[in-house]
Design a protein around this ligand. Sequence first.
Ligand SMILES: [Cu+2]
Length: 156
Amino acid sequence: MRIIAATCLALSLFAAPAVAGDYTSGSLTIENPWTRAMPPGAKVGGGFMVITNSGDAADTLVALKTPRADRGEIHEMTMAEGVMKMRELEAGLEVPAGGSVELKPGSYHVMFMGVTDGFKEGETIEGTLVFQNAGEVPIAFTVGPVGGKMAPMKHD
Ligand SMILES: [Cu+2]
């Protein structure tokens, strides 16, 4: 595993955003963006990652751009009276100063809307996160198995 981890690190240093891994922009770090393989015919998918802000001002994730979907949205999933509900966060998702936000299944996530070419396990999906202060940060999502609940690749 050490060789694989070292290779991932080298690739992410020299070839970002072509491969998944960790990304930094100013005081923001985006860890291991991932998504799931899509069953045939599926048109939407969720994207997950951990965003950490080491700066002294809050920043806000306001958009996801990707060539693989008609549009990206930022969503929150909550349980209300036993029913999972998803809603778009129209003002974006705040990443507090000196804190982090976890985008994960059943919680905050980015959403790929209107996907025509379904994601396949093992491929990477290029995208750009847009932050209010930090601006555009290109990343790539690793695609895990259909229905996966955890990030498919760990670097530590
Ligand atoms: Cu959603």
